[in-house]
Design a protein around this ligand. Sequence first.
Ligand code: PMP
Length: 401
Amino acid sequence: VFANVEEGAKIEVFALTASYNNDPFKDKVNLSVGAYRTADGKPWVLPVVKTTEMKVAADPTLNHEYIPVTGIEAFTKASTVLLLGEDSKAIKENRAVGVQALSGTGALKIGAEFLARKLGRSVVYFSDPTWENHFKVFRGSGFTTIKEYRYWDPVTRAINFDGWMEDLNNAPEDSVIVLHACAHNPTGCDPSEDQWKQIADVMEKKKLFPFFDSAYQGFASGDPIRDAFAVRYFESRGFEFLCAQSYAKNFGLYSERIGNLVVVQKESSTSAAVASQLTLIVRATYSTPPAYGARIVSTVLNTPELREDWMNCIRTMSGRIHQMRQALFKELTDLKTPGTWNHIVDQIGMFSYTGLNEQQVKLLIEEYHIYLLSSGRINMCGLNENNVAYVAQAIHKAVTT
Ligand code: PMP
């Protein structure tokens, strides 16, 4: 039966981590995986998450019954407010539906299924480059035409805004446009507020449908309101859109698979039907979501003191990343490494798109045991005081040989 099953392509980020784990070299560095690391290179359980876990575990009213198909309401409501804001008109007017999902990927998945199977959408545009899993999720959900809009200019190491606008202008009506809400993965380059306005203008004029991917709210700048600018701006302009939220990074809840899909509509009259269709998609896919992550996130977001503790945690994470950007930039400029490196400090979020080419990346992995994606993307969290000089020297060697 299985004789003709061919082996699937490796998933680069997991393959790199496996190579890193098997590498006996003492000073090896993992800059590939998209997870936060402390200054000691360790995973971080946010103190507020630890406190909340104890609180949840001690709550005698909780049990392990199934939760509703669309998730725990206290979670989906708080999550939708975190995204759209306390004053959101869409929330007040009952035009925003939130459905609990299996982290950001799960939210993208049920959103893509809904668009393809219920609304007949078949064309999707991603930024070039984008998070590689977007392709798999949308193709697997029924999208048949997968396109890219220009995003990154390797020469200026910044956004190719004119190219992007031209591609949106030429996209067929009703295309779904996936937009990274903040901290673009992998480039770390976000549009300015003014550019978001121009993006909205084109999308409105050309009748393109926005699907935001919000995997880093608060984690990017340390301020969840600032990181939600684009989404809230589109809401204020009266757009209908989808947004996938993830609590993997900003709560450090990677393995708990907690996320939310928000559907913003023009009319409240469509909310019940939309929610019912999403219910059917979830039911047919995994029946009901897990409770653990939703309990933690909703307890934190709905308890003012815990929420303040969480804000401190996200400031700690984004602050450390900011410091590492400065440190790597300083090392490279001190070494007079050829090229400009300002993009390292200008970029935002967990990643930096270094501009290193495949050959240089290969050298870093093989000679220096520094693991990074072949696109040159590095996770800034993999850097710390002890390894940043080593990494800079290796980049210097890779660039100059
Ligand atoms: N979108 C983007 C752009 C991401 O970077 C990630 C995490 N790597 C996700 C979505 C979803 O991640 P998760 O399913 O772990 O929430």
